[in-house]
Design a protein around this ligand. Structure first.
Ligand SMILES: Nc1ncnc2c1ncn2[C@@H]1O[C@H](COP(=O)(O)OP(=O)(O)OP(=O)(O)O)[C@@H](O)[C@H]1O
Ligand SMILES: O=C(O)C(=O)C[C@H](O)[C@H](O)CO
Length: 315
Protein backbone atom coordinates (compact mmCIF):
# COMPACT_ATOMS: atom_id res chain seq x y z
CA UNK A 1 0.00 0.00 0.00
CA UNK A 2 1.36 3.39 -1.04
CA UNK A 3 0.34 5.88 1.58
CA UNK A 4 0.71 9.50 0.61
CA UNK A 5 -1.04 11.39 -2.15
CA UNK A 6 -0.38 15.02 -2.97
CA UNK A 7 -2.81 16.89 -5.23
CA UNK A 8 -1.79 20.29 -6.58
CA UNK A 9 -4.28 22.80 -7.94
CA UNK A 10 -6.98 25.27 -7.07
CA UNK A 11 -9.95 24.93 -4.74
CA UNK A 12 -12.67 27.56 -5.19
CA UNK A 13 -15.94 28.61 -3.67
CA UNK A 14 -18.57 26.66 -5.63
CA UNK A 15 -21.96 28.28 -6.19
CA UNK A 16 -24.98 26.46 -7.57
CA UNK A 17 -28.70 27.05 -7.69
CA UNK A 18 -30.71 24.89 -5.33
CA UNK A 19 -34.20 23.70 -6.32
CA UNK A 20 -35.75 26.71 -4.67
CA UNK A 21 -33.63 29.02 -6.86
CA UNK A 22 -31.51 30.21 -3.98
CA UNK A 23 -27.72 29.94 -4.13
CA UNK A 24 -25.95 27.20 -2.23
CA UNK A 25 -22.22 27.14 -1.73
CA UNK A 26 -19.55 24.52 -1.29
CA UNK A 27 -15.81 24.30 -2.02
CA UNK A 28 -14.42 22.52 -5.04
CA UNK A 29 -11.77 22.40 -7.73
CA UNK A 30 -10.82 19.52 -9.95
CA UNK A 31 -7.71 18.11 -8.20
CA UNK A 32 -9.17 18.89 -4.78
CA UNK A 33 -12.34 16.97 -5.72
CA UNK A 34 -10.23 13.99 -6.74
CA UNK A 35 -8.38 14.12 -3.45
CA UNK A 36 -11.62 14.11 -1.46
CA UNK A 37 -12.89 11.06 -3.36
CA UNK A 38 -9.53 9.28 -3.01
CA UNK A 39 -9.68 9.80 0.77
CA UNK A 40 -13.26 8.58 0.93
CA UNK A 41 -12.45 5.45 -1.05
CA UNK A 42 -9.24 4.52 0.83
CA UNK A 43 -9.33 6.42 4.15
CA UNK A 44 -5.92 5.04 5.12
CA UNK A 45 -4.21 7.17 2.42
CA UNK A 46 -2.73 10.45 3.73
CA UNK A 47 -4.11 13.07 1.35
CA UNK A 48 -2.33 16.43 1.06
CA UNK A 49 -3.38 19.47 -0.94
CA UNK A 50 -0.89 22.03 -2.23
CA UNK A 51 -2.27 25.40 -3.30
CA UNK A 52 -2.48 29.06 -2.45
CA UNK A 53 -5.23 30.60 -0.34
CA UNK A 54 -5.83 34.14 0.92
CA UNK A 55 -6.75 35.87 4.15
CA UNK A 56 -10.40 36.33 3.16
CA UNK A 57 -13.39 34.80 4.91
CA UNK A 58 -13.86 32.15 2.22
CA UNK A 59 -10.26 31.01 2.60
CA UNK A 60 -10.84 30.12 6.26
CA UNK A 61 -14.14 28.43 5.46
CA UNK A 62 -12.34 26.50 2.73
CA UNK A 63 -9.63 25.17 5.02
CA UNK A 64 -12.36 24.07 7.44
CA UNK A 65 -13.92 22.15 4.53
CA UNK A 66 -10.60 20.42 3.88
CA UNK A 67 -10.27 19.42 7.54
CA UNK A 68 -13.81 18.10 7.59
CA UNK A 69 -12.94 15.93 4.61
CA UNK A 70 -9.70 14.60 6.08
CA UNK A 71 -7.49 16.57 3.70
CA UNK A 72 -4.15 17.75 5.10
CA UNK A 73 -3.53 21.41 4.34
CA UNK A 74 -0.21 22.02 6.09
CA UNK A 75 1.66 22.73 2.85
CA UNK A 76 -0.87 25.28 1.65
CA UNK A 77 0.54 28.79 1.34
CA UNK A 78 -1.19 31.98 2.29
CA UNK A 79 -1.05 35.06 0.09
CA UNK A 80 -1.31 38.43 1.87
CA UNK A 81 -3.04 40.10 -1.06
CA UNK A 82 -4.90 37.54 -3.21
CA UNK A 83 -8.21 35.88 -2.36
CA UNK A 84 -9.60 32.47 -3.34
CA UNK A 85 -11.51 32.14 -6.62
CA UNK A 86 -15.22 31.47 -7.15
CA UNK A 87 -17.11 29.49 -9.78
CA UNK A 88 -20.76 28.88 -10.49
CA UNK A 89 -22.33 25.77 -12.03
CA UNK A 90 -25.13 25.96 -14.60
CA UNK A 91 -26.78 22.71 -15.66
CA UNK A 92 -28.83 22.07 -18.79
CA UNK A 93 -31.89 19.78 -18.54
CA UNK A 94 -29.70 16.70 -19.24
CA UNK A 95 -27.40 17.57 -16.32
CA UNK A 96 -24.46 18.67 -18.51
CA UNK A 97 -22.61 21.43 -16.72
CA UNK A 98 -21.12 24.76 -17.65
CA UNK A 99 -19.02 26.93 -15.37
CA UNK A 100 -18.67 30.68 -14.91
CA UNK A 101 -15.49 31.72 -13.12
CA UNK A 102 -14.25 34.58 -10.93
CA UNK A 103 -10.71 33.30 -10.49
CA UNK A 104 -8.35 35.63 -12.34
CA UNK A 105 -5.44 36.50 -9.98
CA UNK A 106 -6.76 34.16 -7.30
CA UNK A 107 -4.34 33.09 -4.56
CA UNK A 108 -3.84 29.71 -6.28
CA UNK A 109 -2.44 31.46 -9.37
CA UNK A 110 0.41 32.71 -7.14
CA UNK A 111 1.50 29.20 -6.16
CA UNK A 112 5.00 29.23 -7.65
CA UNK A 113 5.79 32.64 -6.15
CA UNK A 114 4.45 31.52 -2.76
CA UNK A 115 6.50 28.31 -2.79
CA UNK A 116 9.68 30.12 -3.72
CA UNK A 117 9.16 32.99 -1.33
CA UNK A 118 8.43 30.68 1.61
CA UNK A 119 11.29 28.33 0.67
CA UNK A 120 9.01 25.52 1.85
CA UNK A 121 9.79 22.87 -0.76
CA UNK A 122 12.80 21.41 1.12
CA UNK A 123 10.53 20.79 4.13
CA UNK A 124 8.03 18.62 2.25
CA UNK A 125 8.05 14.89 2.94
CA UNK A 126 8.20 12.28 0.19
CA UNK A 127 4.85 11.78 -1.55
CA UNK A 128 4.15 8.38 -3.10
CA UNK A 129 1.87 9.84 -5.75
CA UNK A 130 1.50 13.42 -7.00
CA UNK A 131 -1.57 14.41 -9.00
CA UNK A 132 -2.11 17.54 -11.10
CA UNK A 133 -4.22 18.59 -14.05
CA UNK A 134 -4.41 20.85 -17.07
CA UNK A 135 -6.29 23.27 -14.82
CA UNK A 136 -3.46 23.30 -12.24
CA UNK A 137 -1.19 24.41 -15.08
CA UNK A 138 -3.68 26.57 -16.95
CA UNK A 139 -4.25 29.01 -14.08
CA UNK A 140 -0.51 29.86 -13.87
CA UNK A 141 1.33 32.65 -15.68
CA UNK A 142 3.48 31.44 -18.57
CA UNK A 143 6.82 31.52 -16.67
CA UNK A 144 5.21 29.82 -13.71
CA UNK A 145 3.99 26.97 -15.94
CA UNK A 146 7.65 26.11 -16.70
CA UNK A 147 8.60 26.41 -13.05
CA UNK A 148 5.64 24.18 -12.18
CA UNK A 149 6.76 21.50 -14.65
CA UNK A 150 10.28 21.73 -13.16
CA UNK A 151 8.74 21.19 -9.72
CA UNK A 152 6.96 18.07 -10.97
CA UNK A 153 10.25 16.83 -12.46
CA UNK A 154 11.99 17.31 -9.10
CA UNK A 155 9.24 15.42 -7.26
CA UNK A 156 9.48 12.64 -9.83
CA UNK A 157 13.24 12.40 -9.61
CA UNK A 158 12.84 12.12 -5.83
CA UNK A 159 10.77 8.99 -6.39
CA UNK A 160 7.15 10.22 -6.54
CA UNK A 161 4.88 8.69 -9.17
CA UNK A 162 3.08 11.37 -11.20
CA UNK A 163 -0.54 11.29 -12.38
CA UNK A 164 -2.17 13.83 -14.69
CA UNK A 165 -5.65 14.57 -16.07
CA UNK A 166 -5.69 17.09 -18.95
CA UNK A 167 -9.18 18.39 -18.00
CA UNK A 168 -9.07 20.65 -21.06
CA UNK A 169 -10.88 23.97 -20.52
CA UNK A 170 -10.59 25.99 -23.79
CA UNK A 171 -11.05 29.35 -22.02
CA UNK A 172 -7.82 28.84 -20.07
CA UNK A 173 -5.62 28.74 -23.16
CA UNK A 174 -4.95 31.42 -25.76
CA UNK A 175 -5.04 28.86 -28.62
CA UNK A 176 -5.25 25.09 -29.02
CA UNK A 177 -1.51 25.04 -29.77
CA UNK A 178 -0.89 26.78 -26.48
CA UNK A 179 -2.85 24.09 -24.64
CA UNK A 180 -1.08 21.34 -26.61
CA UNK A 181 2.36 22.75 -25.78
CA UNK A 182 1.70 22.48 -22.04
CA UNK A 183 -0.26 19.26 -22.24
CA UNK A 184 2.74 17.65 -23.94
CA UNK A 185 5.03 19.02 -21.23
CA UNK A 186 2.71 17.50 -18.61
CA UNK A 187 2.36 14.11 -20.35
CA UNK A 188 6.14 13.83 -20.68
CA UNK A 189 6.63 14.10 -16.91
CA UNK A 190 3.73 11.79 -15.99
CA UNK A 191 3.46 8.06 -15.34
CA UNK A 192 -0.34 7.81 -15.24
CA UNK A 193 -2.49 9.89 -17.61
CA UNK A 194 -6.30 9.97 -17.50
CA UNK A 195 -7.60 11.88 -20.54
CA UNK A 196 -11.17 12.17 -21.74
CA UNK A 197 -11.69 11.09 -25.34
CA UNK A 198 -13.27 14.52 -25.89
CA UNK A 199 -10.10 16.29 -24.70
CA UNK A 200 -8.13 14.55 -27.45
CA UNK A 201 -10.85 15.05 -30.05
CA UNK A 202 -11.07 18.79 -29.30
CA UNK A 203 -7.32 19.36 -29.17
CA UNK A 204 -5.89 16.99 -31.77
CA UNK A 205 -8.92 15.81 -33.73
CA UNK A 206 -8.23 12.23 -32.58
CA UNK A 207 -11.21 10.07 -33.54
CA UNK A 208 -10.09 6.69 -32.20
CA UNK A 209 -8.60 5.26 -29.05
CA UNK A 210 -5.69 3.93 -31.15
CA UNK A 211 -4.76 7.46 -32.22
CA UNK A 212 -4.69 8.58 -28.59
CA UNK A 213 -2.53 5.60 -27.62
CA UNK A 214 -0.11 6.33 -30.49
CA UNK A 215 0.19 9.94 -29.41
CA UNK A 216 0.76 9.12 -25.72
CA UNK A 217 3.27 6.44 -26.60
CA UNK A 218 5.61 9.07 -28.08
CA UNK A 219 5.47 10.89 -24.74
CA UNK A 220 6.28 7.69 -22.79
CA UNK A 221 3.07 7.54 -20.73
CA UNK A 222 3.18 4.13 -19.03
CA UNK A 223 -0.40 3.90 -17.67
CA UNK A 224 -3.05 5.39 -19.94
CA UNK A 225 -6.71 5.42 -18.97
CA UNK A 226 -9.01 6.85 -21.65
CA UNK A 227 -12.51 7.90 -20.56
CA UNK A 228 -14.49 7.58 -23.75
CA UNK A 229 -18.00 8.52 -22.61
CA UNK A 230 -20.64 6.04 -23.80
CA UNK A 231 -17.92 3.87 -25.37
CA UNK A 232 -16.63 3.11 -21.88
CA UNK A 233 -13.12 3.29 -20.46
CA UNK A 234 -10.03 1.85 -22.18
CA UNK A 235 -6.80 1.05 -20.32
CA UNK A 236 -3.28 0.60 -21.67
CA UNK A 237 -0.03 -0.22 -19.92
CA UNK A 238 3.14 0.48 -21.90
CA UNK A 239 0.99 0.69 -25.07
CA UNK A 240 -0.52 -2.76 -24.43
CA UNK A 241 -4.33 -2.95 -24.10
CA UNK A 242 -5.20 -4.08 -20.57
CA UNK A 243 -8.98 -3.87 -20.47
CA UNK A 244 -12.14 -2.14 -21.61
CA UNK A 245 -14.86 -1.37 -19.09
CA UNK A 246 -18.25 -0.64 -20.72
CA UNK A 247 -20.32 2.43 -19.81
CA UNK A 248 -23.16 1.80 -17.34
CA UNK A 249 -25.53 4.79 -17.37
CA UNK A 250 -26.62 6.20 -14.03
CA UNK A 251 -30.36 6.14 -13.24
CA UNK A 252 -30.44 9.92 -13.58
CA UNK A 253 -27.84 12.43 -14.66
CA UNK A 254 -28.45 15.51 -12.56
CA UNK A 255 -25.07 17.29 -12.67
CA UNK A 256 -21.97 15.95 -14.42
CA UNK A 257 -19.63 18.22 -12.40
CA UNK A 258 -16.70 16.17 -11.02
CA UNK A 259 -17.59 12.96 -12.88
CA UNK A 260 -14.02 12.86 -14.17
CA UNK A 261 -12.57 14.06 -10.86
CA UNK A 262 -14.28 11.38 -8.79
CA UNK A 263 -13.21 8.84 -11.41
CA UNK A 264 -9.59 9.99 -11.07
CA UNK A 265 -9.65 10.07 -7.26
CA UNK A 266 -11.10 6.59 -6.88
CA UNK A 267 -8.92 5.16 -9.66
CA UNK A 268 -5.73 6.50 -8.07
CA UNK A 269 -6.79 5.43 -4.57
CA UNK A 270 -7.41 1.89 -5.83
CA UNK A 271 -4.05 1.78 -7.60
CA UNK A 272 -2.33 3.02 -4.43
CA UNK A 273 -4.03 0.16 -2.60
CA UNK A 274 -2.49 -2.23 -5.18
CA UNK A 275 -5.76 -3.05 -6.94
CA UNK A 276 -5.34 -4.03 -10.59
CA UNK A 277 -6.22 -1.63 -13.39
CA UNK A 278 -9.53 -3.27 -14.28
CA UNK A 279 -10.78 -3.32 -10.68
CA UNK A 280 -9.68 0.29 -10.23
CA UNK A 281 -11.64 1.35 -13.33
CA UNK A 282 -14.73 -0.60 -12.28
CA UNK A 283 -14.70 1.08 -8.88
CA UNK A 284 -13.96 4.51 -10.38
CA UNK A 285 -16.83 4.27 -12.89
CA UNK A 286 -19.14 3.15 -10.09
CA UNK A 287 -18.24 6.18 -7.98
CA UNK A 288 -18.53 8.61 -10.92
CA UNK A 289 -21.95 7.10 -11.73
CA UNK A 290 -23.08 8.10 -8.23
CA UNK A 291 -21.55 11.59 -8.40
CA UNK A 292 -23.49 12.54 -11.56
CA UNK A 293 -26.75 11.87 -9.72
CA UNK A 294 -26.04 14.70 -7.27
CA UNK A 295 -25.71 18.46 -7.48
CA UNK A 296 -22.21 19.93 -7.13
CA UNK A 297 -18.75 18.40 -7.15
CA UNK A 298 -18.70 16.79 -3.70
CA UNK A 299 -21.52 14.39 -2.80
CA UNK A 300 -22.68 14.40 0.82
CA UNK A 301 -20.39 12.15 2.86
CA UNK A 302 -23.09 9.89 4.31
CA UNK A 303 -24.65 9.16 0.90
CA UNK A 304 -21.27 8.42 -0.60
CA UNK A 305 -20.18 6.12 2.24
CA UNK A 306 -23.34 4.03 2.08
CA UNK A 307 -22.80 3.70 -1.67
CA UNK A 308 -19.13 2.76 -1.26
CA UNK A 309 -19.86 0.09 1.31
CA UNK A 310 -22.59 -1.53 -0.77
CA UNK A 311 -20.73 -1.18 -4.06
CA UNK A 312 -17.39 -2.59 -2.88
CA UNK A 313 -19.07 -5.67 -1.36
CA UNK A 314 -19.37 -7.03 -4.90
CA UNK A 315 -15.54 -7.02 -5.30
N1 LIG B 1 -24.43 9.65 -16.88
C1 LIG B 1 -23.45 8.89 -16.41
N2 LIG B 1 -23.73 7.68 -15.90
C2 LIG B 1 -22.76 6.88 -15.39
N3 LIG B 1 -21.46 7.22 -15.39
C3 LIG B 1 -21.13 8.41 -15.88
C4 LIG B 1 -22.07 9.32 -16.42
N4 LIG B 1 -21.43 10.44 -16.84
C5 LIG B 1 -20.11 10.23 -16.56
N5 LIG B 1 -19.93 9.03 -15.99
C6 LIG B 1 -18.66 8.42 -15.56
O1 LIG B 1 -17.73 9.44 -15.29
C7 LIG B 1 -16.55 9.25 -16.08
C8 LIG B 1 -15.98 10.61 -16.41
O2 LIG B 1 -16.94 11.33 -17.14
P1 LIG B 1 -16.52 12.47 -18.14
O3 LIG B 1 -15.43 11.97 -19.01
O4 LIG B 1 -17.75 13.01 -18.74
O5 LIG B 1 -15.92 13.49 -17.11
P2 LIG B 1 -15.26 14.87 -17.33
O6 LIG B 1 -15.74 15.49 -18.59
O7 LIG B 1 -13.79 14.68 -17.14
O8 LIG B 1 -15.94 15.63 -16.08
P3 LIG B 1 -15.40 16.75 -15.10
O9 LIG B 1 -14.42 17.56 -15.89
O10 LIG B 1 -16.59 17.53 -14.68
O11 LIG B 1 -14.79 16.06 -13.96
C9 LIG B 1 -17.03 8.46 -17.29
O12 LIG B 1 -15.98 7.76 -17.88
C10 LIG B 1 -18.07 7.56 -16.67
O13 LIG B 1 -17.44 6.46 -16.07
O1 LIG C 1 -13.13 24.11 -13.72
C1 LIG C 1 -12.45 24.12 -12.69
O2 LIG C 1 -11.39 24.70 -12.57
C2 LIG C 1 -12.92 23.39 -11.53
O3 LIG C 1 -12.09 22.85 -10.87
C3 LIG C 1 -14.37 23.37 -11.23
C4 LIG C 1 -14.96 22.00 -11.11
O4 LIG C 1 -14.98 21.56 -9.77
C5 LIG C 1 -14.25 21.00 -11.96
O5 LIG C 1 -13.96 21.58 -13.19
C6 LIG C 1 -15.07 19.80 -12.16
O6 LIG C 1 -14.31 18.92 -12.95
Amino acid sequence: MKNSLLAIGECMVELSLSNSHSLQHSFAGDTYNSLVYAKRWQPEIDCFFLSGIGQDMFSSMMTEHWKAHGIEGQFVLCSPDHNVGIYAIKNDPSGERQFDYWRKDSAATQLMYLIEQSDSEPTWPHFDLVYFSGISLGILAEDDKSRFIDLIKRLRSNGSKIAFDPNYRPKMWSTKDHAIQWLEAAYSVSDIVLPGFDDHYDLFGHTSVEEIVGYCSQLHVSELIIKAGKQGVFAFENDRAVCHVPFTPAKVQRDTTAAGDSFAGVYLACRMASKDVQTAIEQATGAAGLVVQHQGAIVEHSIFDVFRQQFTQAF
